[in-house]
Design a protein around this ligand. Sequence first.
Ligand code: C2E
Ligand code: CA
Ligand code: CA
Length: 623
Amino acid sequence: MLNIDVQLCGLVILSVLAYFLFRSETTGLHSRAMYKVALIDNLICVVLDILSIFAIVYDNILPRLVTVISCKLYLVSLVSVCLCSLLYSCTDIPRVYQDRRIKTAATILAVAVVLAIAVLPVYWYHSGLEVYSFGPAVSCAFIAAPLYIAAMIVVTVLFGQQINPRRRIAIWAWLVVEIVAISLQFLNRELLLVSFSTAVGMMIIFIEIENPEAEKDPITDAFAYHILREFVRQYFEDGVPFSGIIICTGENWNVDRQQEREILVSMTEYLKSFKGAKVFRGMSNDFAIVFELGKVMEHYEEIEARFKQPWMGIYNIPTSLFVVPDSRVAGDSDDVTAFYTRYRERIAAGDSITVIVDEMEGRKMRAYKEVSLEVLNAMAEDRLEVFYQPIYSTKLKRFVSAEALARIRNTDGSIMLPETFIPLAEENGYIDEIGARVFEKVCMMMSETSMKELGLEYIEVNLSVGQCENRELSDKFIRIMEENKTDPGNINLEITESYAITQRKVLIENMNRLKEKGCSFSLDDFGNGESNLNYIVDMPVDIVKFDRGMVNDYFNNERAKLIMDSVILMIQKMNLRIVAEGVEEKEQLDTLERIGVDYIQGYYFSKPLPQSEFIDFVRRHAQ
Ligand code: C2E
Ligand code: CA
Ligand code: CA
């Protein structure tokens, strides 16, 4: 009678696993590739186990050589299974996995053991259900196997933190099952458990982490987002360059859930039709497609054109593409995801843009990431400061106000200028928080100093488009003023005309609420190209600030001078006051004063100053 029932069970388990594993397409992660090798190895090992038992039991009718060879082949496959298991447990640890010396040592040991098994004699024994082989060849295999298992234990303990936690747990479960099985078989020679326990171990790993279906996004059958991260990380760690596209669709598709699913599925099918494309579903309704290096340039225009067409014949989905011709422009996998934040607002607003991420874009992206991080740290560590640039009244011949200008104090004490962080904060949404902090600091400054005594009437605070379009702006600012007992009459808010304003209604509502409380408004950067007179008519502003460029043009360009003269007349007729910005010279000041400009701001009087210096400055000039 053959004692192979348990092995047959193992064989069934492994065959089922192999079926599910090889049926699905895979990303090509090292761990998955190694798992496939290990599974095939295990299958061969179980088959050889069964064959060797067969050959031992029927040694009376089979030639002796057949039994010797089957026993030895089984021993060889056992060693190779142990080697594969060790390599599999290292796949998450780049330092170990990429270290050729470790791989070579493990393989040399395996080859030496195989050679020893080949030349050394093997004997066998069977009686009833008890079947086993012994002798020097067997001893070799049974010395090597525990060595590999010990190495696995060492690796998973030493580098445990680097191994995917689910994989780590699965490997440990596998080890426990294996060790228990070996011990039981040792105690009871009739229980041939080892092959079966290995199959169970492979099943645990499959269920826990290597099931290819778990890599898939259930709706679209594209690879899931978490796999993208792992995949890209592996490419970067291996130094394998690739190309790819990130496809971002606006957040609001205006379709119901069922339609959304159908569109996502047809997008995925379309993207998968490109040869060699690995399609990942990104966050929300975005996709990432990874190609071989350079390949993306052959396809992106076609993809761009397709996404401009309606889906399922009727649904137009605004889509932005980020084309990465060579992954080396990014420093690491996180750089790639920085896109999501960088262009978030524009994409959410439904813009369809195509960005080719070349060397320069890559550099900008990295700088963007660094500055974003720096801004976050500065906010957390309260390193956002407010400088004040004095504003001079030509009528009263003294300083009556100042513009509050944000600065970030770097950790080394140097200053980061707003041109570095404000545009970025506008893009990624930090501006709300920065703006509120600046406003709060201005209110605190006013509660600490006596504005009246200094002759100051109000402080001008900049507002970005993003802040103005936030419905909560007025409530938030009113609360901050109340908390600091600020007189709203001491606050003047600067707004800028911009094509970027899409929520004009919200802006006006915010302005009206704050005006009701007593705040006044300035129109900033007038004359820099984007502003026009209509805007002054439409907006409830009190002051118009002439941009530095326009002020300069007045002195250098005859036509500009004529236009400005008449604009000044009109503004004065509307009972609005004028600030000229960027005044650097005495002659400029004199002329501007003569033509009726109410306020002067510029380096001629002072650069923006830290709070205490500003107060000293005003105090000195007030006397
Ligand atoms: P802005 O509102 O037009 O501010 C005036 C800018 O011109 C300031 O630059 C100021 O230092 C500079 N300036 C003033 N006088 C002269 C001059 O005589 N010559 C020259 N060459 N420049 C002069 P700064 O402080 O670097 O600010 C740049 C921009 O950053 C500001 O332009 C404003 O748009 C933005 N910003 C600054 N602080 C804030 C803030 O708290 N919130 C928001 N939303 N934006 C801010
Ligand atoms: Ca301003
Ligand atoms: Ca300005």
